[in-house]
Ligand binder design. Structure first.
Ligand code: NI
Length: 391
């Protein structure tokens, strides 16, 4: 195989032009009509078999090499966020209140570049690559909706790959850990019911605000005192709503928040203790509770074998890039739904450059990245396809 890094570098102006175009015209989840149109057009121009409208605005395309099997699926997300952009870049968003602040514009451009790289080398490619361009990654259910529409059938992939540009780390870094790399995410809502009354006569009330204060504090004991110090869990209460007036104890109060874990057994323990603590503390203070718990995404867990192939591909194609085999984040990703069904690897591609001021966090109004990370991402995904399909 020739040098995929040099080949990806030669395509840089193509990749950059696409990325900047997507950046200028960001679209929210399930509204990626323009983006999906460009994706479909670029893939059709290469002669790929393209299907649109999978999971509303998703695009699926097949690139067959010199044999039909095995099938490797590559997933790239396309959606933007409801954020007012403040980068001041010449390619800044032209859609008020919508911004590519997570780098999915870059992911889509990388995906189209990988398609070019592999199409040029299809005769040497020992299998099929199934490209999945996904809508609505940002908590709206894009992956589930594509799976429900058959994205994992005809043909069913044996392996899968996905990636995220990662501004937590500098350009020249790759996160290639095996095992869980992104957390399982739950949303909770708690309604605490007491008995309202005069703020000056608390003995005639059952105060749900005091109960919330105790519950919030007691919930922190789960991560601190139930979960092993060598394992990770997060419980964050992020919303608290109670009465309106300074002299009225309200009859009820509501809290919302999120729970993050990696291992299934830790998740089960935390969810069990969560109910016990909320119900127990509320009950001790005379309140009753309603708890709503909803799973947002499972954990993203990298398969050891697939990850090893990606590490080998990275060592050959990006020898100067530093591989980090321990990086994990409590963030979540709906790539988890594909990886629950198909063994795979989700790669983090370092993209920050603090000297150029390109190091704002994901979802920040000034988020932007060093575009050379696009070359790393495209070269690595293409090289990994050869490495994996040759098995
Ligand atoms: Ni993202």
């Amino acid at each position: 195989m020739d040098d995929l890094y040099s080949a990806a570098q030669k395509l840089f102006s193509y990749t950059q032009q696409l990325r900047r175009d997507f950046h200028r015209h960001p679209e929210l989840g399930f509204q990626e009509v323009r983006t999906a149109g460009i994706v479909a057009r670029e893939l059709q121009e290469l002669g790929l078999e393209v299907t649109t409208g999978i999971g509303k605005t998703g695009v699926v395309a097949l690139l067959e090499g010199n044999r039909p099997d095995p099938v490797l699926m590559m997933r790239f997300d396309m959606d933007a966020l409801p954020i007012v952009e403040e980068t001041g870049a010449e390619y800044a968003s032209q859609t008020p209140g919508v911004m590519h602040a997570c780098g999915h514009d870059g992911h889509t451009a990388i995906g189209l570049t990988v398609a070019r790289l592999l199409h040029e080398r299809a005769k040497e490619l020992p299998g099929t690559v199934k490209f999945v361009f996904q809508p609505a990654e940002e908590g709206l259910g894009g992956a589930e909706s594509m799976i429900a529409d058959g994205a994992l059938r005809d043909p069913a992939p044996r392996y899968t790959l996905g990636l995220h540009l990662w501004n937590e780390k500098p350009l020249g870094w790759l996160g290639l850990a095996s095992g869980p790399v992104m957390a399982a995410s739950e949303i909770f809502e708690i309604r605490v019911k007491g008995k309202g009354g005069h703020g000056a006569l608390p003995h005639q009330t059952v105060d749900p605000v005091l109960a919330c204060a105790q519950i919030i504090t007691a919930l922190q004991s789960i991560a601190a005192r139930n979960v092993s110090p060598l394992q990770a869990a997060v419980i964050s209460v992020t919303s608290l709503r109670a009465g309106e007036a300074f002299n009225v104890i309200p009859p009820h109060a509501e809290m919302k928040g999120t729970i993050r874990t990696f291992e299934p057994e830790v998740r089960e323990l935390v969810l069990k203790r969560f109910r016990e603590v909320v119900e127990g503390v509320a009950g001790a203070l005379g309140c009753s509770v309603e708890i709503k718990l909803q799973s947002l995404t499972p954990a993203v867990s990298n398969d050891a074998h697939v990850t090893e192939f990606v590490r080998q591909a990275a060592a050959k194609t990006l020898p100067l890039v530093r591989q980090d085999h321990a990086n994990r984040t409590m963030g979540s990703e709906d790539m988890a739904y594909f990886m629950k069904e198909v063994p795979g690897c989700f790669v983090f591609v370092g993209s920050a450059n603090s000297e150029l001021g390109l190091d704002a966090a994901h979802h920040h109004p000034r988020f932007d990245f060093d575009e050379r990370a696009l070359v790393h991402g495209a070269a690595l995904m293409a090289a990994a396809a050869f490495e994996i399909l040759a098995q």
